[in-house]
Design a protein around this ligand. Structure first.
Ligand SMILES: Cc1cc2nc3c(=O)[nH]c(=O)nc-3n(C[C@H](O)[C@H](O)[C@H](O)COP(=O)(O)OP(=O)(O)OC[C@H]3O[C@@H](n4cnc5c(N)ncnc54)[C@H](O)[C@@H]3O)c2cc1C
Length: 471
């Protein structure tokens, strides 16, 4: 059973990649462990505050302090969760990581925003004889300033993230302001918690805040200093740039000396092109070549904005830096030996990129499982690697179905979108509930495909998807 093969912990997956054997520890339980660890850290301040045994204040005060402490612990952990640590992103996948980040950020913001208004004890300076801080909130002017600054900054940070696409800023400008804003909130929040908090000045809680702040700072140093330094020692050069479809390019890089990074088919990298790795201008792209093609590493890039529109003008020989591999849109750890089902690939537009990597690796491995590819585009000129996909039907046990929403005259493929109708035509409860499903493309397409597959009766645990953008 496909379900049961996920249950082994850890699961060893061995893949022969001509010259190497990669052993991967991946388990479906990893996100649950991460979540439990996360929740434990989030409630740790409450436990430490409770252990102080201070006399209780009115309910509103205790509730407000408790919510604020949990929210602040969650905020500091957000750095680690969104800090591109492979152990996090590879086990949970970028989609889950980003959805979690957004959910937590929004919840935390609501808590922090209401927190000052829940107190009923008067906002007066500390009284010398009130040693447990029971009679006044005892906020110092400095803690009022840092509290208010953090409060406003958090509101701005979340507002600018939610409405990012409507703002007249480049993505890079937004990203820099998001990182700096978050760092400022961490600094002002820590000061406010320690200076104003009734419980936080206690040694154990103070140490917890400083450790969490230290982790947040380390994350920034890791992403913006250590990672670029490591990349500098391992540069790549552009080996070729080739137009493969309308506004779509195949960019191939190879290492300048040394080995190309090992990866699983379907993973992605942060790519810095023709710039220093310290320039903070890297972009995420799925690797579309197969691990079997290493040392060459290929990307399939669609023109959508200021960076991707320059790909066609990149010169062969230009410097490139890769941070990766990341992501869990991979077969690794999912294709056990029960031989129960086939593999379905559902791609919209340039979402074909990671799927192409998987198909190429499956071809190199001479995989005999039944497969289906549903590949949706608007017009025929957008179909990427059309000839290679045709050829794949000779080497793999695969059906390739093209779906166009605006087909040319004489089109004999499917007309429409990757919606419920099309999916019901290709997958059924009787024949495909044991298959694995890999879905990649625009966010609305992924949501529609996931809903349709669920409606057919495909268990969500067998659907792996990756979005290329987040709201
Ligand atoms: C995991 C993942 C894998 C991806 N794989 C591919 C791929 O194989 N092929 C492909 O063509 N595209 C892929 N993308 C999308 C690609 O990263 C964006 O299209 C590209 O970064 C746009 O940059 P731009 O400056 O040209 O466009 P802009 O107009 O600046 O941005 C368009 C949108 O792209 C996203 N984006 C832009 N810059 C970044 C950045 N530095 N980091 C994160 N997101 C950014 C934002 O959502 C933004 O709204 C992937 C995205 C993700 C998250």
């Amino acid at each position: 059973m496909i379900q049961s093969r996920f249950d082994a912990l850890p699961e060893y997956y061995q893949r022969s990649n001509r010259s190497e054997i990669t052993v991967i520890f991946r388990s479906r339980s990893a996100p649950a462990f991460l979540l439990i660890a996360y929740l434990l850290v989030a409630i740790a301040p409450l436990a430490l505050a409770y252990l102080q045994g201070k006399p209780s204040r009115p309910f509103g005060d205790e509730l407000s302090s408790a919510l604020a402490m949990v929210a602040f612990a969650m905020l500091l952990m957000e750095f680690v969760l969104s800090g591109r640590f492979k152990s996090v992103s590879d086990s949970t996948g970028i989609d889950l990581t980003m959805r979690f980040h957004q959910l937590i950020a929004r919840t935390m913001t609501v808590i922090v925003l209401v927190h000052p208004f829940l107190y009923v004890t008067p906002h007066k300076p500390p009284l010398p004889w009130d040693t447990t801080g029971q009679l006044t909130l005892g906020l110092t002017p400095a803690s009022l300033v840092t509290g208010f600054a953090g409060w406003v900054l958090l509101l701005l940070l979340v507002f600018s993230a939610v409405f990012r696409d409507q703002m007249p800023f480049r993505y890079e400008t937004w990203r820099l302001s998001h990182g700096l804003g978050a760092a400022l909130i961490a600094a002002t929040g820590t000061h406010h918690a320690i200076d104003a908090g009734r419980y936080s000045a206690d040694l154990a809680l103070l140490v917890l805040w400083l450790v969490l702040l230290g982790l947040a700072v380390f994350t920034l140093v890791y992403v913006y200093v250590i990672t670029p330094l490591l990349q500098l020692r391992h540069p790549y050069r552009v080996a070729s740039v080739e137009r493969v479809a309308l506004k779509t390019w195949k960019l191939t890089v190879e290492p300048v000396g040394g080995e190309a990074l090992p990866f699983e088919a379907g993973q992605f990298c942060w790519l810095t092109l023709d710039r220093s790795p310290f320039a903070i201008t890297e972009h995420p792209f799925s690797i579309s070549s197969a691990p079997a093609e290493r040392p060459a590493i290929g990307f399939t890039i669609k023109e959508v904005g200021d960076f991707t529109r320059t790909i066609g003008a990149i010169q062969v020989g230009a410097r490139a830096y890769l941070d990766g591999p990341h992501g869990n849109l991979t077969l690794a750890g999912r294709d056990g030996s029960d031989g129960g089902g086939g593999i379905a690939f559902i791609a919209g537009g340039v979402g074909l990129a990671p799927i192409m990597s998987m198909l190429r690796q499956l071809r190199a491995d001479d995989d005999r499982r039944p497969m289906k590819l549903l590949y949706g585009n608007r017009i025929a000129e957008q179909i990427t690697y059309g000839d290679e996909l045709d050829e794949l039907t000779n080497t793999l046990d695969i059906e390739v179905h093209h779906i166009l929403s605006e087909p040319p005259d004489g089109w004999d493929g499917t007309v429409g979108q990757l919606d419920q109708t099309v999916l019901h035509d290709h997958f059924s409860f009787d024949g495909h509930t044991r298959w694995l499903y890999f879905v990649c493309g625009p966010a609305p397409m992924i949501d529609a495909v996931e809903d349709s597959l669920e409606a057919i009766g495909i268990p969500m645990g067998q659907i792996v998807s990756e979005k290329f953008s987040y709201d």
